[in-house]
Design a protein around this ligand. Structure first.
Ligand code: BES
Ligand code: MN
Ligand code: ZN
Length: 518
């Protein structure tokens, strides 16, 4: 992606053979008028092409084009005949013009416009865009981010057996970025910010979309180590023997029936003069069968994505380092496969967690809160965090309540809620603030252990809340944020910048939050 000073009128390389399309922005009519509004760059382009582009856009209205963000229409111009006496005015210029709706031009709308552009220009060699000529810096970032997010393609495992080999370098939207050329001045920083955010999201999507016959705890730990090393970050991996010696009773129990035993991966980014230390804990269940409390067959199908929280924590620590965030950031990834077999943990078992507190298992399908309990306990006693954030595809209840559009947000202080809501506004990754209802803590009482991990009364409701209350027991009273991403981590269809399958939800939200944290 290059940016060039100036406008369509003086863009020097518009006549390059490699440029296949020119993109101009169009907005809906103003209230008392009826023609679509050409935006900055469109008038320029009209002059250079000798075509009334506003009128052309209006005629495209017949096919439903109203200039709203996310709408796009492509005009293919005829070429001059080789022997023509009078060449057409656009001879030598790209013969495809993309009219891109940007609505009112808000960041959210520009992100959607960028996403629509990626869909409309897939496969083209090079696309020159004047659509952000008069956008704010955050608008330019949103536009490029939308473009890169929508350019994502799910990894395919065609051509022979899937390989368990390490996947190589971090997925990089750079190739997609090369396709787009922005007209306008000084967008370099905005483009870098968009690339870091999109690259983090792509990583979460890739890891989450990887099937679980490849992605077991050992594989995930190796991916994390390789990526961290490539980013110059320190990594520690604890295997089953070390986990047993250190007392990770809950993580080991959850992973006991798997052929691939658990791992705990810790990755740290330490900037010079670090301000705060933020520890991110991500649920890393590489497959969730439910264990002995086995899931119904349909419910099991999407469970290869049950490690999305760990992927988010990993992507955020890598992205924070790349962006040069001013805080120390540590990602803690408890990785296990929740399977069933002769070594399974059972409903009724009592486990000793890292913190020393014992937990009565009520349902082996509530495995997420168990691995998180150990990881949070470890973070509290070993890492001296100023702030704990956990991210997890934790409960079906969260997605029943909020759908796929919002994560359930729990936090111990109003400024944490405000910070995450602001980051959600900026990135379009939405959150909904949920209450930590004190009355419900009675559901976590056990007669045989310090805590019961799932309420006794199954129909009591509030499943996302009781899970959060359970986790809070392991946060040592530190400032804490919990994001239940069971809803937004996956999408059943692509829409705007969100792609089908694993969405990568949470990486951009937390990168934004860390960048703005004071
Ligand atoms: N991984 C699931 C939660 C989930 C469900 C994520 C659907 C995404 C989509 C989690 O481990 C789980 O099974 N939770 C149980 C908890 C219950 C047993 C208390 C659930 O939500 O049913
Ligand atoms: Mn489960
Ligand atoms: Zn799970």
């Amino acid at each position: 992606m290059v940016e060039t000073p100036g406008t369509v009128l003086d863009c020097p390389f518009l006549t390059d053979d490699a440029v296949s399309a020119l993109v101009v922005a169009v907005a809906p009519p103003l209230e008392e008028e009826d023609g679509l509004q050409p935006r900055a760059g469109t008038v320029d382009a009209a002059a250079r092409y000798g075509i009334d582009l506003a009128e052309l856009a209006d005629r495209s209205g017949g096919s439903g084009f109203r200039g709203a963000a996310g709408e796009v229409t492509t005009v293919d111009l005829p070429r001059t005949h080789a022997g023509a006496a009078n060449p057409l005015p656009w001879a030598g210029l790209p013969s495809t013009i993309v009219l891109l709706g940007i609505g009112a031009g808000s960041d959210l709308e520009l992100r959607r416009a960028g996403a629509a552009l990626a869909g409309a220009t897939r496969g083209l060699e090079r696309v020159v865009s004047a659509a952000t000529a008069d956008a704010t810096p955050s608008g330019v970032t949103a536009f490029v981010e939308g473009y890169l997010l929508a350019a994502y393609r799910t990894p395919r495992f065609g051509g022979g057996a899937p390989s368990r080999k390490v996947r190589g370098p971090a997925p990089d939207p750079r190739a997609a970025a090369e396709q787009l050329v922005l007209l306008g001045e000084g967008a370099e920083q905005q483009i870098i910010a968009a690339r870091i955010a999109a690259s983090a999201t792509w990583l979460v999507r890739d890891l989450s979309n990887t099937p679980s016959n490849i992605k077991d705890p050992a594989w995930f730990a190796q991916q994390a180590t390789d990526l961290a090393e490539a980013g110059g970050l320190e990594t520690q991996v604890l295997g089953p023997r070390e986990l047993a010696a250190k007392g990770f009773g809950a993580l080991l129990a959850v992973g006991a029936a798997s052929a691939s035993p658990p791992r705990l991966v810790t990755i740290t980014y330490v900037p010079e003069d670090a301000d705060q230390h933020v520890v991110l804990v991500g649920k890393g269940i590489t497959y969730d069968t439910g264990g002995l409390s086995i899931k119904p067959r349909e419910a099991m199908v999407p469970m290869k994505t049950d490690m999305a929280g760990a992927a988010v924590a990993l992507a955020v620590v890598l992205g924070a380092a790349e962006a040069g965030v001013r805080h120390q950031v540590t990602a803690v990834l408890p990785l296990a496969e929740n399977h069933f077999g002769a070594d399974s943990y059972r409903p009724g078992d009592v486990l000793r967690t890292y913190s020393g507190r014992t937990v009565e298992v009520a349902n082996t399908d509530a495995e997420g809160r168990l691995v998180l309990a150990d990881a949070l306990g470890y973070a509290v006693s070993e890492l001296a965090p100023d702030l704990l954030i956990d991210v997890a595809t934790l409960t079906g209840a969260a997605s029943v309540g909020l759908g796929r559009g919002h994560a359930a947000l729990y936090a111990t202080a109003p400024e944490l809620v405000a910070g995450l809501e602001a980051a959600a506004d900026a990135t379009g990754e939405r959150v909904w603030h949920m209450p930590l209802v004190e009355d419900y803590t009675s559901a976590l009482r056990s007669t045989v252990a310090d805590l019961r991990h799932v309420p006794l009364e199954a129909g009591g409701g509030g499943g996302s809340i009781t899970a959060a209350l359970f986790l809070r027991e392991f946060t040592g009273g530190l400032p804490w944020v919990h994001l239940d991403i069971a809803g937004p981590a996956r999408a059943t269809a692509s829409r705007h910048e969100v792609t089908e399958g694993a969405t990568g939800y949470g990486a951009r939200l937390l990168l934004r939050y860390l960048a703005d944290l004071r």
